[in-house]
Design a protein around this ligand. Structure first.
Ligand code: PLP
Length: 394
């Protein structure tokens, strides 16, 4: 196979060897259903309890505040829908950020159809929540205030402690989606003061299809998956023992190596950002320069569709992601970039690069050369560049 470079770690990461080794026995030898009343079941219960303890300790929660889920999407759905339904007698006002993941935005839309009123906090042109605006719209009857800890597209890190305080002051439940942050940034749920927090394993070298929702004791969250008595009667469904074991192991390693990985990956990112800004004309870095996830670099390339760059880089063996969602044949501009105030044309031309602990400086430098080539070639073919570029810039 030709050279392959993976710069899409915000989409998913490879499973780490340590997590795989921990998981393997739970597919075969230790296969009992934790709900069974016999020795096979008890062995699985032990593994799940240990995993719960590990995760609780990392985020400074109590083990009985950690509920395993099928990943970030379920955690987001459960938090928002579960709180809305549990507190509907208290109020019907929900506040979220406009740059949330689709798991939140689409759930909010569905709740609006049920009669809940949804407000969106303002964000500035780097994606940071405007706390004064949030304070001005949080009121009696607001039952839920939710904002992601770090944005998956532009990497912005949000002031979650302040947001949780505003929620507390108006009597709302606070939630943060930490899918991109858990295992990357140090998280202490007590210190942050959040009531609920969703996490996912596959962003931190754990398995896909498993995650957890932190629910602070005393906060009411209605179940969305009803069935058996799993997860202390709150989430039905046979427990994903191997996945949970793998999640805990991956999280443990991510937490152990957090500082080392942060420094290494942000070093790659900084070199990449500096070189692209210096060597590629008509390019805009989306999101803040400093206050962003260590792995994230997101650029809008003027006069070119993001997808065209993505395909050119794919041909060169470099895997990246475009901000626009390609759904049913129509290319929508990124809702995140539009919320940051980018014009549609720039919101169409964005590419997200997300680095990982196995990437190298040499890969970064190789990618910069390939980007320069791809961008130049695509602009030569772009009528937009010829029309506007000649007048404005060339
Ligand atoms: N929230 C954020 C911020 C994400 O980036 C993602 C995945 O990309 C999700 C939620 C969904 O997580 P999962 O893939 O575990 O369902």
């Amino acid at each position: 196979m030709e050279r392959q470079i993976y710069f899409d770690h915000a989409a998913t990461t490879p499973l780490c060897k340590e997590a795989l080794d921990k998981m393997l026995p739970y597919f075969t030898d230790v296969f009992g259903n934790p709900n069974s009343q016999h020795a096979f079941g008890r062995e699985s219960v032990k593994a799940v309890d240990e995993a719960r303890d590990i995760i609780a300790k990392i985020i400074n929660a109590k083990p009985n505040e950690v509920y395993f889920t099928s990943g970030g999407t379920e955690g987001d759905n459960w938090a928002l829908r579960g709180v809305a339904h549990a507190y509907k007698d208290k109020g019907n006002h929900i506040i979220i950020s406009p740059i949330e993941h689709a798991a939140m935005l689409s759930t909010a839309k569905a709740l609006a159809k049920e009669g809940f009123k949804i407000s969106y906090m303002k964000v500035d042109n780097e994606g940071v929540v405007d706390l004064d605006h949030l304070r001005s719209i949080a009121k009696e009857g607001t039952i839920f205030i939710g904002c992601m800890m770090a944005n998956n597209e532009v990497g912005t890190i949000e002031p979650i402690k302040e947001i949780a305080k505003i929620a507390k002051d108006c009597g709302a439940v606070s939630f943060t989606d930490a899918v991109q942050a858990a295992g990357v940034l140090k998280i202490d749920v007590k210190e942050l003061g959040v009531d609920l927090m969703s996490m996912s394993a596959h962003k931190i070298y754990g398995p896909k299809g498993v995650g957890a929702l932190y629910i602070r004791n005393g906060v009411k969250v209605q179940s969305i998956l009803t069935g058996g008595h799993q997860e202390r009667m709150k989430r039905g469904g046979t427990t994903n023992v191997a996945g949970i074991v793998g999640f805990a192991e991956a999280f443990k390693i991510a937490d152990r190596d957090l500082e080392k990985n942060f420094n290494y990956v942000s070093g790659l990112r900084d070199r990449f950002i500096d070189r692209v800004l210096a060597e590629v004309p008509f390019v805009k870095l989306n999101g803040p320069r400093e206050n962003r996830l260590p792995a994230n670099a997101d650029f809008s390339f003027e006069f070119i569709e993001g997808e065209s760059i993505l395909f050119s880089l794919d041909l060169a063996g470099i895997a990246v992601s475009s901000g626009s969602a390609c759904s049913s044949g129509s290319l929508e501009p990124s809702h995140v970039l539009l919320a940051l105030g980018l014009p549609e044309a720039l919101a169409h031309g964005s590419i997200r690069f997300s680095f990982g602990k196995h990437n190298t400086i040499e890969e970064v430098d190789y990618a910069v050369e390939k980007i320069k080539e791809a961008v130049q070639k695509l602009r030569e073919m772009s009528p937009l560049f010829k029309a506007e570029g000649e007048i404005k810039y060339v």
